[in-house]
Design a protein. Structure first.
Length: 169
């Protein structure tokens, strides 16, 4: 049961990250001041804002790690455009994920136990998770296309280090 709860927590976290990315992009596109929003170093502006939950950027890296790639202004603009092009997709996926998880929870806690309903709702959650994984992979691939070879290598190294720490290595 603990492994299942951990997986659900990770899935919810990924959903929230996707929703946050979409919200950050939407916020960035609604600038009415006439000035370009800042794209700061350690605490980058949208779509790489570091919120209380440690918002993750397009490469699966938190903003401070993404800042280490020393992106050019052109690359920053290109990444912003890529993020904006996927904002609606991630918003839709986030809503689907929330609905699927609520339906699964309702099936699990229903007064009348129905294994087939729980299995179907669990499969619905898995399908949304798979769609989100594919969308994240496409987003990452698009961003990686604009990076230099050195930036790609550095990003992969940073992600590997971060994953190693997450697993207690």
């Amino acid at each position: 049961m603990n492994e299942r709860m951990r997986r659900i927590g990770l899935s919810v976290g990924a959903t929230l990250i996707a929703i946050g990315m979409g919200a950050g992009v939407l916020t960035a596109t609604q600038n009415t001041s006439g000035q370009e929003p800042p794209f700061r170093g350690g605490r980058m502006g949208a779509p790489f804002s570091m919120g209380p939950g440690g918002h993750v950027g397009a490469l699966g890296l938190p903003g401070p790690l993404l800042a280490r790639l020393n992106l050019s202004d052109t690359q920053k603009d290109q990444i912003k455009t890529i993020m904006q092009s996927h904002a609606d997709e991630f918003k839709t996926l986030g809503a689907r994920a929330a609905t699927a998880r609520q339906a699964l929870e309702a099936a699990e806690t229903a007064d009348t136990l129905d294994d087939s309903t729980i299995r179907q709702k669990s499969a619905d959650v898995a399908a949304v998770d798979a769609d989100m994984a594919v969308a994240r992979a496409h987003l990452r691939a698009e961003v990686f296309q604009i990076l230099t070879a050195d930036q790609k290598a550095q990003a992969k190294q940073l992600m590997a280090r971060r994953e190693g720490r997450g697993r207690g290595k």
